[in-house]
Structure formats: structure tokens, C-alpha cells
Design a protein around this ligand. Structure first.
Ligand code: FAD
Length: 372
């Protein structure tokens, strides 16, 4: 007879892994069913910024959720490193959000008024923090608490830590649909047979909508292509992440600079293009002219899971007891991984919530709007 797991997770990206990790720590038996290799999609393309403030547009509930997740990070990273012996390369250096022209200055200043604690600095002030910033930088914000990690190392640490606690993985096994019985979700239908579970989590990133559609639930998640490239300067040129409109430059522990990212609505195509790299490089070298001499290393692209309002879907699907979703983390899936794992576990196990998460409820759109 087939085993019945406590939880079956569809999708082994950073979100599926974070959810599985939190659930196994709480004593659940968990299996992750992954179409490809683990952590091979959006997480493998991400820059790793924990940009709760740098990415914020207003001081709303979602902003507070991002701050909450950021506040969990340092101890979460240490715990994962201890369990996995993988360094996540947590760097507590902060992000400079800089304006290169008047239009961006106005836009950033207006945004800063809506973000509690944001203090405008002039260009010279920012250049005292990062001397290689262009003389054209007019000013901006320094978000000292927006740190960064290495996303693939984070995902690998999650995999090893989860495996050590008993999570099992079925890689190269596409999930075809969600099994239902008597009005409940009871498992996953896969290319390698049925996987039965008391509860099911859809964490399939940009592919989540297709899975939910198989049982008639419409939660829009759309792929948003992001292209990046990496350079290797012959000496370290920045310590902080520097970020301007349409481009950020993230210094990594190996001395490379990860530069991204485009935001393209191009379906599921992940092909990197010369035009995108050229455009990114133009902005990046306007922000940090010293990179013009750096060695080119690589280019890559990934698909962010986007939603109509830019916020993820995290929580139960009310139409089908036993079914939960954690998808649509768009530009912030690395940042939001610890909060998503913890809060979804709390919801699934009926524990008190350690932070409100209504803004990400799958039920925030009207039920009838989600029907096909
Ligand atoms: C260029 C770029 C830069 C980014 N930078 C940052 C950043 O600096 N900071 C930040 O916080 N976020 C960043 N992000 C966003 C972040 O990467 C995503 O929000 C996050 O990785 C989403 O994680 P996920 O697990 O939901 O999706 P994914 O990592 O895409 O994982 C979903 C998994 O589900 C699997 N799957 C899909 N369909 C099926 C199926 N039918 N059966 C089984 N498995 C299936 C996929 O193969 C995949 O492994 C960036 C993204 C991109 C593309």
C-alpha cells in the first residue's frame, strides 16, 4: 500500500524547500515532488538581495511582512548553516538605492516619504560609503539592514538541512495534478504514480497556476523574465549592493559582481539576449564606471513568479480543504522564504500566527473571480 505523507509539496524551489523545512522541524513527514532538479529555476537566477526597504514602494502590510522576514534571516541562516555545513554567504553590508537623474530623484524621494525611517542622502554622502559610485549619482538612500545571501547556497543548505531531518525528494518527477477525494486534497498525481498526503502545498513558482487549474482553481501567477550577468573586477570595487532604476550590482563573496535584472513579460522563455545585457551594462556602468574594465563572466535568466498585485499567494485554498499554496513571490522570494515557511507551517498546523499575513491570502480576490 502507498504511504500517506503528512504533507506533499509540489515544487522544490526556495519556497517549497523553506516550507518543507519548517514542517519537518514541527514533526511532519514531508515529501517534495520536483519536475526537474531541486532549486533549478527562479532561485538559481536570483541575486540574493534581502531588499525589504530597497524594494519597497510603500509602508503597508506587505512592507511589514518583508521586514518581518528580514528580521528572521540572520538566525535562520545560522541555523541552516549549522545543520547543513553549507555557507549561505550572508553579508550584512546594506543596499544603496541611488538616483542618477532628476526624474528618478523625484520618484525615489516620493517613495521615501512613504517608507518609515528612509533618510535621503546627497551624492557625496553616498560616495563616502561607496567611493566608486559615479559622480553623476545625485543622492538616494542607504538601507543598512537590507543584507544579502547566495541564493543557490541557501537552497542547497535548505535541501541538506531538510534531508537530515527526514524530508524526502522525488526529483525529475513532474506533478500532473492534485488528487481529490470527498471534497479534500489528498495528494499529487505525478508521472511516477500517485503520492498521497493529508495536506498538499503548491509551491511551483511561475508554474503554479497551471497546477491549480487542473482542479478548477484560478490563482494567476505569471512568469516574469529576469536577465542578469556577472563581471569579475581585478580588485573589490564595492562592499554594498548598489541599485538604481532598472539595475542593481551585487558584490559576491568570490569577488564577482552580479548585475541585474530585466523585467520582461515574455512567457516561459528563459533565453538570455545580448540586447538585454548591453542595456543593463549601460546603466550599470553609468552607476559604477569602474566596472567598464572588469572581466565578463556569465549571463543567465530566470522566471520570477509574478501576480497581478505583485504580492504572493500564501495560505489555504478555501474551495478545497487540505490544499495550500505558497507561490507568486515575484521579486522577493529569497527575502520572504523564512517568513513563508514559518507562517504557512503555523497556518497548516493551527498554531498562532507570529505575524499577520492577510495581505497574501489566496482568498484576497473574490472567489468567483478565481473560477475559470
Ligand atoms: C533575475 C532574478 C533575480 C532575482 N533576485 C532576487 C533577489 O535579489 N531577492 C529576492 O528576494 N528574490 C529575487 N528574485 C525572486 C526569487 O528568485 C523568486 O521569487 C523565488 O525564487 C521564487 O521561488 P519559488 O520556489 O516560488 O519558485 P522557483 O524557484 O521557480 O521554484 C519552483 C519549482 O517548482 C517546480 N515545478 C514547476 N512545475 C512543476 C510541476 N508541475 N511539478 C513539479 N515541480 C514543478 C520548478 O521546476 C521549480 O523548481 C529574483 C528572481 C530573478 C529571476
Amino acid at each position: 500500500m502507498n504511504r500517506i505523507w503528512d504533507v506533499a509539496v509540489a515544487g522544490g524551489g526556495v519556497i517549497g524547500l523553506a516550507v518543507a523545512y519548517e514542517l519537518v522541524k514541527a514533526g511532519c513527514s514531508v515529501v517534495i515532488v520536483e519536475r526537474g532538479p531541486l532549486h533549478g529555476e527562479a532561485v538559481a537566477a536570483a541575486a540574493g538581495m534581502l531588499g525589504a526597504e530597497a524594494e519597497a514602494h510603500q509602508g503597508d502590510d506587505f512592507f511589514r511582512l518583508c521586514l518581518f522576514s528580514r528580521s528572521l534571516y540572520r538566525s535562520w541562516a545560522a541555523e541552516l548553516e549549522a545543520r547543513s555545513s553549507v555557507s549561505i554567504e550572508y553579508r550584512a553590508e546594506g543596499i544603496i538605492r541611488a538616483a542618477l537623474d532628476e526624474e528618478e530623484e523625484q520618484e525615489l524621494r516620493a517613495r521615501g516619504e512613504r517608507i518609515p525611517g528612509a533618510v535621503w542622502m546627497d551624492g557625496d554622502g553616498l560616495r563616502r560609503i561607496e567611493p566608486e559610485l559615479s559622480p553623476d549619482v545625485r543622492g538616494g538612500y542607504f538601507f543598512a539592514d537590507d543584507h544579502q545571501v547566495h541564493p543557490v547556497r541557501l537552497a542547497e543548505a535548505l535541501r541538506l538541512a531538510s534531508a537530515g531531518l527526514g524530508v524526502r525528494f522525488r526529483e525529475h518527477t513532474p506533478v500532473l495534478g492534485i488528487l481529490t477525494e470527498n471534497g479534500r486534497a489528498v495528494g499529487l498525481r505525478t508521472t511516477d504514480g500517485d503520492v498521497f498526503a493529508e495536506a498538499v502545498v503548491v509551491a511551483a513558482g511561475a508554474w503554479s497556476s497551471a497546477l491549480l487549474q487542473t482542479i478548477g482553481v484560478r490563482l494567476p501567477v505569471e512568469p516574469v523574465k529576469g536577465q542578469c550577468y556577472a563581471l569579475s573586477p581585478d580588485r573589490p570595487v564595492i562592499r554594498k549592493t548598489v541599485y538604481t532604476r532598472g539595475c542593481y550590482i551585487v558584490p559576491k563573496a568570490d569577488g564577482s559582481l552580479w548585475i541585474g535584472a530585466t523585467q520582461e513579460y515574455a512567457g516561459f522563455d528563459k533565453t538570455p539576449t545580448a540586447a538585454a545585457v548591453a542595456e543593463l551594462h549601460q546603466v550599470a556602468s553609468a552607476l559604477l564606471p569602474v566596472i567598464r574594465r572588469a572581466r565578463f563572466v556569465a549571463t543567465w535568466a530566470g522566471l520570477r513568479p509574478g501576480t497581478p498585485d505583485g504580492l504572493p499567494w500564501i495560505g489555504p485554498i478555501e474551495e478545497l480543504p487540505g490544499l495550500f499554496v505558497a507561490a507568486g513571490h515575484f521579486r522577493n522570494g529569497i527575502l520572504l522564504a523564512p517568513a513563508t515557511g514559518r507562517l504557512l507551517r503555523e497556518m497548516m498546523l493551527g498554531e498562532p500566527l507570529s505575524h499577520p499575513i492577510d495581505c497574501c491570502s489566496p482568498n484576497r480576490t473574490k472567489r468567483e473571480e478565481r473560477r475559470p
